[in-house]
Each structure stands twice: as C-alpha cells, then as structure tokens.
Design a protein around this ligand. Structure first.
Ligand code: GLU
Length: 367
C-alpha cells in the first residue's frame, strides 16, 4: 500500500458479505475482498482474516426455521464453518488455516501465547490464518460475542499494524445515516471518547448504525495497542482500491501516540473480571496505578468466587467501576478476612494482609 507502512494487517469480514441471502456462501462480495488480500500479500503485507459467516452459511441446511434455538444456531455454525472456509479457499492458490477461538483463549495467558505462536508460524509459511469464534463450544460467559471485538483481540495478539473492519456503511457517521439525511461521515478520529460512542448509538441504544458500537469498541482496543484502525464499506470494491492506493475510504482511527504496555492492555481490554471487591466510603480517592492503597480494611463486600491471580473488578459502594486488577487473595480468604476485620478481631495476622491486588497491572477505569 503506497502510503501505508504496514507489515501485517487484520481484515474483519462480516456475515452479510459472505452469505448475503443466508443461503450458503456467495462470491458476490468475496471476490473483491479476496483480490485485496492477494494485492496485500503481493506487496509483502501479511494478512490475517477474521471471517464471520458460519451461521449464515450453514442456515440453509436446516430448512426454514423462524427463530432457531441456540443449539440449532451452533449446529448451523458447525455446518457452515466448512462452507465458509471453502468459499475463501476457492479464491486462493495458497493454503488457508482455520483458527477457532473463544474468550477463554485470550483470558488464559498460556493459551494466548499458544494462539500467538500458531499465527506467527502460519504467517511465516505463507498460510492465510482465517479466524472465527468457536461458536460450538461457547457459552455466554466464555464467548467474545462479536467478531469486531474478536478481530481487535487477534490484531493485538498478532502484533499487527492495522485493523480493517468491513461494515455495511461507509464509516462512522455523527448520527444514524439511515434516519438522518444530514448525517455526516467522520473521516478521522484522533481519540475515542464518549462522544464517539454516542455517535455509534451509545452502549444500550437501539439506534446503533449497523453494529457500530462493537466496531468502536474494537477500534479502542486496537488503537490503544498502537494499531491504525479503519471502518470501511466492505460492499464497495472502491473501498479496497482506495486502501491499496494509500487513501482512507472510510473512517480512520489514529493509534495512540504511546500505546499501552502489553500486560496493561490485556488487563484493560481483554481480561474479564472473575469477581468483584466492593470498597467503602472511607477510601481516599483517587485510586492510583501501581498502588498498594487497597487493603482488607476497605472491603465492604466480596462478590463471586475467584482465586489469587484472577482478574477482579474493584467497585465503589455506589456502583462505579474503579479498576480491574489481579487479585492477591482468593475470594474465600478475603471474605474470611473482611468478616473478621468488621468484627474488630484482634488477631494480628488478619490485620496484616498486604495489598488486595497486585500492583503490576492495575487498569484504572473510572473514578
Ligand atoms: N461467529 C459468528 C459466525 O460465524 C459471527 C459473529 C459476528 O459476526 O460477530 O456466524
């Protein structure tokens, strides 16, 4: 790409591009996307494809089901994944490799490293990694849930330089372009703040523009890891032609000037809290990174079950999410300690607990 200095990119392609009619895969849009992948590889840019579409591709095997149950959707994914892989494979004269992941693969550091190593080995051998969520084995607690966020996690894990997310509209608009004639597309976003999320339709709003919310989340994950992120219209061949020319065909999100350190990024954007520690009014704000401010004296409540080393959420009594961090003690021990603290137990040992969380990677959320 003429003006882009990319060594490695992640391209996210959604179901509507792969199986537009939900009647198996169609080459209609895949053709120009495959051409883009080929052109990138010819220019020496490594490509990782994150492709949805297994459910949409497999749906036609199951007849006309109005509201398929979860097991049927998983069965559709299992049957359609083959179809989807085969659809991509048809375009390429180099091999592709299927990688099916769940959130657990990013949460567990050993599995995370294993995914990274596999991706690097594939790229080194000129094989195209094609990633999707492993829908068959996921539960609500275990899944990433959408391939926008999955693509950002893959991009961070694979040390990519850019994330390109295909959408069904040209980019991010300042308001919903389907319902507002005066909506204007934002070409450049230098920082992702609440105003950007508001444009995407807000966290719990129904006015979201084609799943823009999860695309912004993905952009935040990726840019904070140092990746340039694009949202482009994947239905238009011209989007890919413009990218090849070094132009921005949609919305580009600038990478952080100073990307987050790897472990802090993982704590902030990937790791999920296994439980919560609620702290009381007496706590002296603000909570600092690298701090030993939190001791058992501050605990009001311990929620859920977690082990030492798990990620936990530190929450204030009034519900504010303050930080995510690595627990130094299990929930069982913390419950025991805080009960005894509250009873003014004189047992010296109980009052000598060290900091509740490791000071390595405290991700400050909101204060
Ligand atoms: N994993 C799902 C599929 O292949 C898609 C999830 C998504 O598009 O966000 O059908």
């Amino acid at each position: 790409m003429k003006n882009h200095k990319w060594n490695r990119i992640v391209l996210k392609v959604g179901s509507a591009l792969i199986a537009p009619e939900r009647k198996g895969c169609s080459s209609r849009y895949l053709l120009h996307i495959a051409k883009f992948i080929l052109q990138c590889r010819d220019m020496g840019i490594e490509v990782i494809l994150v492709s949805s579409g297994s459910v949409a591709a497999g749906a036609h095997f199951f007849g006309e089901i109005e509201n398929p149950s979860l097991p049927i959707k998983k069965a559709m994914a299992a049957a359609g994944q083959n179809e989807m892989m085969a659809a991509w494979d048809r375009f390429f004269d180099f091999p592709s490799a299927q990688i099916l992941l769940t959130h657990g693969d990013f949460q567990d550091r050993e599995r995370y490293d294993s995914v990274r190593e596999t991706i690097f080995a594939l790229l080194e051998h000129g094989i195209l990694p094609v990633v999707n969520e492993n829908d068959v084995v996921t539960t609500d607690a275990l899944k990433v849930g959408d391939n926008d966020n999955l693509s950002a996690m893959v991009a961070a894990a694979a040390d990519a330089d850019a994330l390109i997310i295909c959408s069904d509209i040209d980019g991010l608009y300042n308001k919903n372009p389907h319902t507002n004639d005066d909506a204007v597309m934002i070409k450049n976003v230098s920082a992702i703040d609440q105003s950007i999320y508001d444009m995407a339709g807000g966290a719990h709003s129904s006015v979201g523009t084609g799943g823009m919310q999860t695309k912004i989340e993905a952009a935040e994950k990726a840019t904070s890891h140092g990746l340039t992120t694009y949202i482009i219209n994947g239905f238009k061949e011209s989007s890919f032609e413009q990218l090849i020319l070094g132009n921005n065909p949609g919305t580009v999100f600038a990478p952080y000037a100073k990307p987050m350190e790897e472990d802090l990024h993982w704590m902030t954007h990937t790791s999920r809290a296994q439980g919560e520690v609620v702290i009381g009014d007496g706590f002296e704000y603000p909570l600092h990174e690298n701090s030993d401010q939190l001791t058992s004296n501050e605990i009001v409540e311990v929620v859920g079950e977690f082990s030492a080393g798990d990620t936990i959420l530190i929450r204030s009594d009034d519900g504010k999410h303050l930080a995510k961090a690595e627990a130094n003690y299990s929930s069982c021990l913390l419950n025991f300690i805080s009960e005894h603290d509250n009873q003014d137990d004189e047992n010296e040992y109980l009052h000598q607990t060290g900091p509740l969380v490791s000071d390595k990677n405290i991700a400050i959320l909101d204060q």
